[in-house]
Write a protein that binds this ligand. Structure first.
Ligand SMILES: [Zn+2]
Length: 321
């Protein structure tokens, strides 16, 4: 190993500049590889429910680093110019990521899609800017009201996530009123969580999925099978009867049943769907022997594998922009 202490300051400066260029080049190479991994759903075949999960678990990125890379990769997909700016170091991954989050918030609030040209021009404006300066440009170019601003999230050392909410006086008074009228006193966090859990269970019942209710910290996960629907909905040959779904859910323990070629079982417990192992079109029945629980990504992967490459195009382009 070279003794770094022997280098002059100028030599140190040259040396580090060389490696920074290499590092940048490697980052762009990582983004290109991620683009291909996403295009052919390689992460799903390897047993991951999302590209994000692949990046954090398989590649070992922190959640924030994975988000920045995925956002930058998708921005690169939209424009070669952006790719070049990232490669030259003029545009940082965090600036691109900031821009994409702001674009989404703006689109959600105004219900108007930001054109590809405008997206590109906003991102290019962020070239060479600090995080703070980039924020100012984004607020000017893509204004959103206080409540529509993305919620800042921070990963904590404990594994939890810190959310910071900016509420207007009127919004806060809604929460305060509800707290006052509740039969038992709850702090704001408990109140919001109980509302979210109730809403989640309701939505899952409506969609015929099991009401998966996560218990607060460290208690065992309670996995409840899907409830019987009150009124039998219009049943087609494709639909699994509720008792079949319930038993399949119990068997899968509320987790995606996809297993990769290397034997890795997907860990997804959200966005789960019931899938026919053998498609109805190929004579598959809607009984217990033909049902399995898959997450959305693996359901798509299986559909693509069953239906063949020509159908892929229908699912993939722009699926996750
Ligand atoms: Zn899965």
């Amino acid at each position: 190993m070279e003794a770094l202490s022997r280098f002059t300051n100028q030599e140190l400066n040259h040396k580090i500049q060389f490696f920074v260029r290499e590092e940048r080049q490697a980052t762009v190479e990582v983004l290109r590889l991620l683009r291909e991994i996403e295009r052919r759903l390689a992460y799903a075949e390897l047993g991951y429910p999302s590209l994000f999960s692949y990046c954090t678990v398989e590649l070992g990125y922190s959640e924030a680093a994975a988000c920045r890379r995925i956002e930058a990769m998708r921005a690169m997909k939209e424009s070669v110019e952006i790719e070049k700016k990232i490669e030259s170091g003029e545009l940082s991954l965090s600036a691109v990521s900031q821009a994409r989050v702001a674009i989404r918030a703006h689109e959600q609030e105004t219900n108007v899609k930001v054109s590809t040209e405008q997206r590109k021009s906003v991102m290019l404006m962020l070239s060479g800017l600090s995080k703070r300066a980039a924020e100012k440009v984004l607020v000017r170019e893509l204004p959103v009201t206080l409540s529509a601003r993305p919620i800042p999230e921070r990963q904590l050392a404990t594994g939890g996530t810190r959310l910071t909410l900016d509420l207007t006086e009127e919004e806060m008074s809604v929460i305060e009123d509800l707290r006052r009228l509740q039969s038992k006193t709850q702090n704001t966090k408990d109140l919001l969580m109980s509302l979210a859990r109730r809403e989640l269970a309701k939505k899952k019942r409506e969609l015929g999925e099991a009401p998966l209710i996560r218990q607060p910290k460290s208690t065992a996960k309670v996995i409840t099978p899907p409830a019987e629907s009150k009124s039998p909905s219009t049943k087609s040959a494709r639909a699994f009867p509720a008792p079949v779904k319930r038993r399949a859910w119990m068997k899968a323990k509320g987790q995606c049943e996809f297993v990769s070629a290397l034997g890795n079982r997907c860990e997804a417990r959200h966005h789960l769907e019931f899938d026919h192992r053998r498609p109805v079109a190929h004579g598959g029945e809607s009984g217990l022997q033909n049902i399995r629980v898959l997450c959305h990504e693996h359901n798509i992967l299986k559909a693509i594998q069953k239906l063949g490459a020509p159908v892929m195009g229908r699912y993939l382009p722009g699926r996750e922009t």
